[in-house]
Design a binder for this molecule. Structure first.
Ligand code: FE2
Ligand code: FE2
Length: 406
């Protein structure tokens, strides 16, 4: 097969990206496109607006929602340590075993997936001129030809850039015509006009309340912001997409609530983001980890992940801050004598933007004005659910409710 590879930040994905994919497929040079949303590319290590998992999932939903045929989204960069240079990504992606397994997992017939493949790195004509300054450009050309898009009326001298590359590095450069509008992700986010964002991505952005004041993380330190991004890719190996996005949403909302209630914003971001980090580990491992943090306090399989998460964050990420670890530990049950941070993470977990298990409007409204009242309303809703299911509340929850005069 002839395989096009299209990498980018997609922060957010817009109609220009989609036009690039469609035009490349129409060009006749390739049979399919593999889209790779970046994790740690060399130019923008932490400069993206959103952590990698949001951009990956948004791209997946967009490709699926638009019904783009012969277009597959890859998470290959999650398995690469350090900066994901194009040369490094291509070395991994083009190996016989990796590409065969990837294509088969995307429903390509085994026989086709095992064929000899040719690879094409898709790029804009503007980046062709800088290609020789990339990391190991000669190496890139050993793995793939360059497939550069030229828009009608584009005044970039692509022929000059292409012949310079061929002369200095060898390799193959092909040009294809790009039909479609010109737009930029940064202009979209700075103007707030999302009309050039495909509908499925718009829905994704709305569902998770992205590109808002909360996700700008103003007032959060550089270190905490970088940790938030790093932890998001660390958790990718342990959590399914839906739960991962939920736990990150709780990070954003906790940071916002910390602003309102005079709590450390960095700690809220990190505790919120990590609160469910242990939830999909094998249950035996969760039980063991929970015991390590809080003895026999949590043994119920539904909630043991909270205390296990504290151990997991401590052991795997080196988090020693007791306030953060406790906020993770008590996010399911609450407890007596809760800190503001604990209340925030407890609450944010139940009402983050993508939650829709009941009408959360009134609690969300209360959360902006009165933290205790919002926690009380949440606890009432949970108590009612427990009563209807004939379940007993955890002693820590009973202690919390008593203090809130419930
Ligand atoms: Fe949880
Ligand atoms: Fe949660």
């Amino acid at each position: 097969m002839k395989i096009g590879i299209y990498g980018g930040s997609f922060d957010p994905v817009h109609n220009g990206h989609i036009a690039m994919i469609k035009s490349a497929l129409k060009s006749g040079f390739i049979d399919c496109v593999i889209v790779i949303p970046s994790v740690r590319n060399n130019f923008k290590l932490y400069a993206n607006k959103l952590p990698p998992p949001y951009r990956l999932c948004m791209m997946k939903e967009t490709v699926e929602g638009l019904g783009l045929k012969n277009c597959y989204v890859s998470d290959i960069e999650y398995g690469i340590d350090g900066v994901s240079y194009t040369a490094v990504v291509l070395a991994k992606l083009t190996s016989d075993e990796y590409i065969r397994d990837f294509l088969i997992s995307n429903d390509v017939k085994k026989k086709k997936a095992e064929e000899h493949h040719e690879f094409f790195w898709i790029m804009g004509s503007d980046t062709l001129g800088t290609f020789e300054t990339w990391y190991k450009p000669g190496e890139i050309l050993k793995y793939a030809a360059l497939l550069a898009a030229v828009r009608p009326g584009d005044d970039t001298d692509v022929d000059k850039a292409a012949s310079s590359i061929k002369k200095n590095l060898g390799g193959r450069v092909e040009i294809f015509r790009l039909d479609g509008i010109c737009c930029s992700s940064s202009e979209i986010t700075s103007s707030g006009d999302f009309s050039q964002v495909p509908k499925p991505a718009q829905e994704f952005i709305k569902r998770h309340a992205l590109y808002t004041e909360n996700t700008r993380l103003e007032g959060v330190s550089d270190t905490a912001r970088k940790q938030f991004f790093d932890y998001s890719t660390w958790m990718y190996q342990y959590l399914g997409a839906k739960r991962l996005l939920h736990t990150l949403n709780v990070g954003y909302l906790s940071a916002h609530l910390a602003d309102l209630y005079g709590c450390d914003k960095d700690k809220a971001l990190i505790a919120g983001a990590l609160h469910d980090c242990a939830k999909e580990l094998p249950i035996e491992q969760q039980l063991e980890m929970a015991k390590e943090y809080s003895g026999d306090l949590f043994t119920d399989k539904k909630i043991v992940h909270s205390s296990a998460g504290a151990t997991f964050a401590k052991e795997e990420l080196g988090i020693e801050d007791k306030e953060i670890l406790d906020a993770i530990c008590y996010h399911t049950t609450g407890r007596g004598n809760m800190t503001v941070l604990e209340k925030i993470v407890y609450l944010a977990d139940k009402i983050e933007p993508s939650r829709n298990y009941m009408d959360l409007g009134p609690i969300r409204e209360a959360a902006e004005k009165d933290l205790d009242e919002a926690v009380r309303m949440t606890a009432v809703a949970i108590r009612n659910k427990f009563i209807s299911q004939g379940r007993e509340q955890h002693p820590a929850t009973i202690a919390m409710m008593k203090e809130l005069n419930m």
